[in-house]
Ligand binder design. Structure first.
Ligand code: NAD
Length: 296
């Protein structure tokens, strides 16, 4: 079993670190929050006093932090100076492609191996060990990361060289944001045209309008499978996080001169939804805004 330094024990990282400990790994965990550290200890991890202490002697380092600036600060400020040269660094946070590549290049310059491995799946998948990992890095580093990631997920996919995991993640989530908005619009319009929502679902989920947002994550309560819509849009994937991912996608698109008018439009709609105080609601809750006059 491996010695793993785990930094960032929030909504996602807490469950991920617990799954590594449950699998028998020696997990030294650190977070700025004492509550998060206490939960990690209860889940079988060994709390550390700092990120540097967590990674001393580590064979693997896993980070699950909010954004690029936190990832840069943790690696450049603490991890690089304390971690053994043989360790493999795995950043699972969702961050901008430029920061992922910059931190990866800094690691490389120090002779350290690194992969970016962002996830698809929310808090329930993190707790249940059923995340999907999209991994950027060399084939050799991917092969080393795979057995560790498999303890936290149901699928581990090699996306390409360093930074490719983040690229895959934001392209996927841009598609998700755009299809969710389009699915919500279609439901609202179908109802206004006099269609029964369940009938429209039965048709569209088997016809060419089908998407994951329609079939597996239907934004209307009482229609299709159980989703956050059936729970007042509580839980699930917060609209604030969808907005974060759409902003990252538009920023990345600008960097490579890619046209993303649909992604940008979805971003503007989620910005309005979040500005109206709905950041904690599941992202399918945007149907409420689109059903009202302010959605036009
Ligand atoms: P979170 O805010 O719950 O957790 C982040 C944790 O990092 C916090 O506990 C915070 O105290 C800690 N932290 C911040 N700076 C630190 C530092 N310098 N040293 C140590 N700890 C530090 O966020 P989350 O929901 O767990 O998300 C983590 C990442 O996963 C984000 O990049 C997010 O976009 C991504 N993600 C989240 C979800 C989701 O559904 N929540 C799904 C997929 C991906």
């Amino acid at each position: 079993m491996a010695r793993i330094g785990f930094i960032g024990l929030g909504n996602m990282g807490g469950g991920m670190a617990a799954n590594l400990a449950k699998a028998g790994h020696d997990v030294r965990a650190f977070d700025l929050s004492q509550d998060a550290l206490d939960r990690a200890k209860a889940a079988g991890c060994l709390p550390a006093a700092s990120a540097a202490e967590a990674v001393t002697d580590a064979e693997f380092v896993v980070t699950m932090l909010p954004a690029g600036k936190h990832v840069r600060a943790v690696y450049e400020g603490e991890v690089f100076g304390a971690v053994p040269g043989t360790a493999l660094l795995l950043d699972c946070s969702t961050i901008d492609v430029a920061s992922a590549r910059a931190v990866g290049a800094a690691a490389q310059a120090k002779g350290l191996a690194m992969v970016d491995a962002p996830v698809s799946g929310g808090i329930a998948a993190a707790n249940g060990g059923t995340l999907t990992f999209m991994v950027g890095g060399s084939a050799e580093h991917f092969a080393r990361a795979q057995p560790i990631l498999e303890r936290m997920g149901k699928a581990v996919i090699h996306a390409g060289p360093l930074g490719s995991g983040q690229a895959a993640k934001i392209c996927n989530n841009m598609l998700l944001g755009a299809t969710m908005v389009a699915t919500c619009e279609a439901f609202v319009m179908a109802q206004k045209l006099g269609l029964d929502p369940q009938t429209f679902f039965d048709i569209s989920s088997k016809a060419s309008g089908q998407s994951w947002s329609m079939t597996s994550y239907c934004p209307l309560p009482g229609v299709g499978p159980q989703t956050p819509a059936d729970n007042g849009y509580q839980g699930g994937f917060a609209s604030a996080l969808m907005l974060k991912d759409l902003k990252l996608a538009v920023e990345a698109a600008q960097g490579v001169d890619a046209a993303v008018p649909m992604g940008a439009a979805a971003g503007a709609l989620y910005q309005a939804f979040v500005n109206a105080g709905n950041g904690v609601l599941d992202f399918s809750g945007i149907i409420r805004m689109l059903a009202g006059a302010d959605g036009r």
